[in-house]
Design a protein around this ligand. Structure first.
Ligand code: CDP
Length: 209
């Protein structure tokens, strides 16, 4: 029953899932969860504790210790957290520690969730699954614009390289690798603006949720 009210949105970095997920949630009257924040908050806790991002035991402990204020932090979208989030996300006990929260969030009243493994692992039974993607160039440019808008200055080339490294790590890890679910609707937004992507996603989702 819940499966009918879950919208699972996955895809590589900066493909536009966040914006799309937020708009879909508002339009459908569903709660929204940005699951990337859970990995980012875990990474931030780890860095604050002075631990190395590759320390699996410390990462699992950080994930188990997460509490709501950790998700409210304003320093979760920095380059060090980008890298550390991808590192902790490859640790199976970290993913295990975050699984129940994600499932409970959706099971109560349905939800829109975005991440990397929502349609494949968290809610494989969801009827509405989107895999949002775009060319590396388009995604790097969007992330660069977003950073510049926040006053963070970075070279476009560096943004592209960091993003590609993170995508490669996310797609090649053994635990919940980034890939489209077999039954996902793949939405390539390379030449779409946010409104066009939203319209296409809503057409697909409205028929299922
Ligand atoms: O905003 P952006 O697309 O750059 O990243 P994010 O969604 O905040 O996710 C940050 C990192 O968390 C990703 O690079 C993944 O390594 C990890 N992640 C994951 O493994 N599974 C999820 N469901 C969500 C994020």
């Amino acid at each position: 029953m819940t499966a009918n009210r879950i919208v699972a949105i996955d895809g590589p970095a900066a493909a536009g899932q966040g914006t799309l997920a937020r708009r879909l949630a508002a339009c459908l009257g569903l709660p929204y969860l940005d699951t990337g924040l859970l990995y980012r908050a875990t990474a931030r806790r780890l860095l604050l504790a002075g631990a190395d991002a590759s320390d699996a035991a410390a990462a699992a402990e950080a994930a188990r210790a997460l509490s709501p204020p950790d998700l409210e932090r304003t320093d979760l979208r920095t380059p060090d957290v980008d890298r550390a989030a991808a590192a902790v996300a490859s640790v199976p006990p970290v993913r295990a520690a975050l699984l129940d929260f994600q499932r409970s969030f959706g099971q109560a009243n349905g939800a829109v969730l975005d991440g990397r493994d929502i349609g494949t692992i968290i809610f494989p039974q969801a009827r509405a699954k989107l895999f949002v993607t775009a060319s590396v160039e388009a995604r790097a440019y969007r992330r660069w614009l977003e950073l510049t808008g926040r006053g963070v200055h970075a070279a476009l080339e560096t943004v592209r390289e960091d993003m590609q490294a993170r995508d490669a790590a996310d797609a090649s890890r053994a635990a919940a690798p980034l890939r489209p679910a077999e039954d996902a609707f793949v939405l390539d937004t390379t030449v779409m603006d946010a409104d066009a992507a939203f319209a296409a996603a809503l057409r697909y989702v409205a028929a299922r949720v």
